[in-house]
Design a protein around this ligand. Structure first.
Ligand SMILES: NC(=O)c1ccc[n+]([C@@H]2O[C@H](COP(=O)([O-])OP(=O)(O)OC[C@H]3O[C@@H](n4cnc5c(N)ncnc54)[C@H](O)[C@@H]3O)[C@@H](O)[C@H]2O)c1
Length: 386
């Protein structure tokens, strides 16, 4: 296959990775994309790349031959690689999505960046903050883009709430509550998902990280200084609470070693606080997800969940208008989600400067998760210097 970017084009400072390829912001060409990992997450990325006319999906990699065949045929992808290293060496990719088990994110990302490829990696960034830091370091060193797929930020209600916050209607946000609670939703029981070394953690690492990301994003990225957390494993160790989520074709009968419920209280440098709760399984009627913000001039809440036959999804704002209590219902935009996460990444690749997009926000999330697990283990508040 012919590489879209001309080899050897290397204006000063444009190719810190030393790959001999020009960056896309210079060529404005169609981007050559690859995806590593063919589970649910990888398939979302494949769909998004395949639907973008400014991208050519040229290669996919995964351990399941039937998925290489099926997805390759479906999207007319010629490059099908059981070994991702061969794919990185042979395909002259501009961008790659990494959608593999969490413990593989850091080594694969570093390898891809060093091969001169811009990376969109799945959340959570890595199994520890230390592993996540190696990814940021590699992005700095190579001058390539590193982005982490926090797709829930792209929901229409979250982007609308972000506009409400930016409008100043809520005043100064000093407290927030957030949660993603599942009635029965442990993913991939017996796979890498429930192994401590492979996943780095349970519900907090898997879905709590989305709520942490959305909350800090909505609060304006305050600096977290201390964390007090607890974790529990009531369902998984008894083989209960399993679900259809994360059903992998590679089941290795691994033990359940992570939490199925976690709660955390976070202190910010500006005096603000955040309360976070998350569970894969819990005795509640139905799944529920929420972010509630409390400001000096107003409060706001995004929530969704409930009985699947009668689900709810709400965005409300409470304030005063000319001294009278007022409830506002801002218009909710389109849910961007996975396609929007990919579009944002591609925009960074096309327009970003070397060193501008290196995954720093996601690294802070990873370090906060580290502190949560340390606090839960110690049974005490843990300070962090982000
Ligand atoms: N952004 C989201 O909303 C979202 C949703 C689900 C999962 N995820 C994340 O995506 C990642 C993958 O989750 P999943 O549910 O798709 O997992 P999965 O177990 O279903 O799929 C993992 C894929 O990685 C492949 N893989 C493993 N080792 C490989 C190797 N050495 N070379 C090439 N391929 C390899 C497997 O063959 C498989 O295709 C996880 O980090 C998970 O947290 C994100």
């Amino acid at each position: 296959m012919t590489a879209t970017n001309p080899a050897g084009a290397d204006p000063a400072g444009a190719d810190p990775a030393g790959t001999g390829r020009a960056t896309d912001s210079q060529t404005g060409s169609v981007l050559r994309a690859g995806v590593i990992g063919l589970g649910w997450a990888g398939q979302q990325r494949i769909d998004a790349y395949a639907a973008d006319p400014a991208v050519e999906l040229v290669a996919i990699s995964g351990k399941e031959q039937h998925l290489l065949d099926q997805l390759g045929d479906q999207h007319d992808v010629a490059g099908r690689y059981p070994d991702y290293t061969t794919m990185l060496t042979e395909e002259q990719l501009d961008v790659v999505s990494i959608a593999t088990p969490t413990f593989l994110h850091a080594p694969m990302t570093v390898q891809a960046l060093e091969a001169g490829v811009n990376v969109l990696c799945e959340k959570p960034m890595a199994e520890t903050g230390e592993a996540a830091a190696t990814m940021v370091e590699a992005a700095h060193r190579t001058g390539k883009v590193l982005d982490i797929a926090f797709n829930h930020r792209q929901r229409g209600d979250i982007t609308s709430l972000r506009e409400v916050v930016e409008s100043g209607v809520l005043g100064e946000i000093y407290y927030a509550k957030t949660g993603w609670l599942r009635r029965k939703g442990i993913p991939g029981m017996g796979t890498w998902f429930t192994s401590a070394a492979s996943a780095g953690g349970g519900a907090l690492m898997d879905i709590g990280v989305h709520m942490l990301d959305m909350s800090l994003h909505l609060m304006g990225e305050p600096k977290v200084t201390a964390v007090s957390a607890s974790t529990h494993a009531q369902f998984g160790p008894r083989g209960r609470g399993g679900s259809g989520f994360g059903v992998s074709s590679v089941v290795e009968d691994m033990p359940f070693e992570v939490e199925d419920l976690a709660s955390a209280f976070l202190r910010m440098e500006d005096g603000g606080t955040l309360l976070l709760e998350t569970s894969w399984a819990q005795w509640i009627p139905y799944d529920q997800v929420y972010v509630t913000l409390y400001g000096s001039e107003g409060g706001a809440s995004v929530e969704w969940g409930g009985n699947p036959r009668d689900p709810y999804q709400r965005l409300n704002v409470w304030t005063e208008v000319q001294g009278m209590p007022a409830e506002l219902r801002p218009e909710v935009g389109e849910h961007g989600k996975h396609a929007a996460a990919v579009a944002n990444f591609l925009e960074k690749v096309r327009t970003g400067e070397p060193g501008q997009h290196v995954g720093l926000e996601a690294l802070r999330r990873a370090r906060i998760l580290d502190a949560c697990y340390a606090s839960a283990k110690q049974g005490a508040e843990v300070s962090i210097d982000l």
